[in-house]
Design a protein around this ligand. Structure first.
Ligand SMILES: NC(=O)c1ccc[n+]([C@@H]2O[C@H](COP(=O)([O-])OP(=O)(O)OC[C@H]3O[C@@H](n4cnc5c(N)ncnc54)[C@H](O)[C@@H]3O)[C@@H](O)[C@H]2O)c1
Length: 475
């Protein structure tokens, strides 16, 4: 089915513009039919396990040089076999700052692209292999799709898509162009997550029955802060969208443990949101001393806590939460409950059990010694020095480049990107219908039954080296 046809069906189901305005979706009689139609046509090419031709020096271009983008440029500048060819931000001052990162590292300055649409010329440029996207959410899919259509691999920050249509557009474009489309889900590369993934693979938890993940981060004040990010895009995203706006940090690592899209798939979900008890209150408080905030009073803010439940085709359950307003410690939960064992990362300390009692710290150390995957042994220490959330960001970047240089499939493919991101808009849809069940599209179109699980070895790769990290280096 063409994407315009899907768009049409989708608009029938939601009421045109329903998500954009935050109005409740219209649950039409044809819903079941629409969901079935959304499942799409048989794929033309399976990108899971796809190995693109080797690229000995990966020429990288960055779009979006804000808080996160600047860190990405810095991390990438440590990787040998990378040339940072282009830098793009609509704010020229950000490009200047990023150029300084390059010159401080003693590497050549990159070509500059700016303006609202400068990114298009960047994608069209002939001397780029990988477009690395670090802009606000609504720009991720248009930029990734355009990059692939211009013959570039695309990597995008999370979530890579904000509608189900966008998810399909990414899948169809990646399959058609045979270009990688990776969502940069860095939490899949955190140390305990990788340990427990390898333990899962080795059967230590038995059959995993239930998993939990979350993005719980006290960002309330930060999201209302005028100059801490560009154009107030984060606050705007919290208005008119009631659901789990940022599902992938919690979902990615537990989905990998369940071999989602590679042996199992997410089948259907329900979602429930609390009301808003904090955002409108803060808008009013801030408006009392600064009229800039008048525009944020009495807006349809998302519920502060969203809880979603997903059932997989093989009968496993997944619980995902989102709360970026409450004053509470950070948590992604990362809980795995199996027939033989249990693991939980947050609230800390990291814990594992094989029965009533938590195992002792020395036993946990023994598990780390035995089950730490190869990537961590190979670049874990240097990743901690380069940094990025304690090292996971660098491990992700390094692995992406190493796979491209050695012609290996990427750890996260377009089906992972699409299905993990789709949980966002689907949660909104369920919330709008009083938590009714919604189907989760099978973006693999049946290939989940035979797709191979994520490779936990460095087989065929591990050849990419890293520049020395100066002792004075800061993340
Ligand atoms: N994976 C993680 O741990 C993590 C952490 C932080 C942020 N992020 C993600 O990174 C992305 C960026 O977040 P941020 O905090 O850096 O936001 P930011 O507002 O600081 O940066 C966004 C940048 O994009 C630029 N931009 C906007 N429109 C543009 C356009 N048309 N062309 C070129 N540049 C444009 C802005 O000028 C700005 O510099 C988001 O998707 C966010 O979710 C991920």
């Amino acid at each position: 089915m063409s994407s315009s046809r899907r768009k049409f069906l989708r608009n029938v189901a939601l009421g045109s513009g329903a998500l954009a305005t935050g109005l409740p979706a219209i649950a039409g009689e044809s819903e079941a039919l629409v969901e079935k139609a959304i499942a799409g046509k048989p794929g033309t090419f399976n990108m899971c396990g796809y190995a693109a031709p080797r690229i000995s020096t990966v020429r990288v271009a960055f779009i979006g040089l804000g808080n996160r983008g600047m860190g990405a440029v810095k991390r990438m500048s440590f990787i040998e076999g990378v040339e940072i060819k282009a830098l793009c931000d609509k704010r020229p001052v950000q490009i200047e700052k990023a150029q300084k990162i390059l010159t401080d590292m003693g590497i050549p300055k990159a070509k500059e692209y700016t303006g609202e649409n400068g990114w298009k010329a960047l994608c069209e440029s002939k001397d780029i292999d990988l477009v690395y996207i670090v802009t606000p959410w609504h720009l991720h899919t248009p930029m990734a799709v355009y990059a692939m259509k211009q013959g570039k691999h695309a990597a995008s920050e999370v979530p890579i898509a904000v509608t189900v249509e966008e998810c399909w557009e990414l899948v169809e474009t990646s399959e058609k162009t045979k270009k990688h489309c990776m969502m940069l889900e860095n939490c899949c590369y955190d140390f305990f997550e990788l340990l427990t993934l390898n333990m899962t693979r080795n059967g230590l938890f038995g059959e995993i029955v239930h998993v939990e993940g979350a993005y719980i981060h006290d960002l309330l004040k930060q999201n209302f802060e005028k100059n801490s990010y560009s154009d107030m895009w984060r606050l705007h995203s919290n208005i008119g969208h009631d659901g789990n706006l940022y599902p992938t940090h919690g979902l990615g690592p537990i989905a990998q443990c369940l071999d989602i899209n590679r042996g199992d798939k997410m089948d259907h979900m329900v979602s429930m949101s609390s009301g808003d008890f904090m955002m409108n209150a803060l808008a009013k408080e801030k408006a009392s001393t600064d009229s800039f905030y008048n525009q944020y009073i009495d807006k349809p803010y998302r519920g502060n806590m969203n809880t979603s439940m997903i059932k997989t085709s093989k009968g496993k359950t997944m619980m995902i939460q989102h709360d970026v307003t409450s004053p509470r410690p950070y948590s992604r939960i990362h809980l795995l409950s199996g027939t033989k064992g249990f693991a939980c990362k947050y609230p800390g300390p990291e814990r594992i059990a094989f029965g009533h009692e938590w195992i002792k710290p020395e036993e946990l150390k023994g598990l780390y010694d035995k089950y730490t995957p190869e990537i961590v042994k190979h670049v874990g220490e240097i990743a901690k020095k380069v940094g990025g959330h304690g090292g996971m960001d660098f491990m992700m970047d390094w692995r992406l480049i190493d796979c491209l240089r050695n012609g290996l499939p990427l750890d996260q493919d377009v089906y992972d990107a699409a299905s993990w991101s789709a949980v966002g808009p689907l949660s909104e849809k369920s919330v709008a219908k009083k938590s009714q069940t919604v189907e989760i599209p099978d973006f693999t179109r049946g290939n989940w039954k035979s797709n191979k699980p994520v490779n936990l070895t460095l087989e065929g790769g591990g050849t990419t080296t890293v520049r020395p990290v100066p002792s004075e280096h800061k993340e």
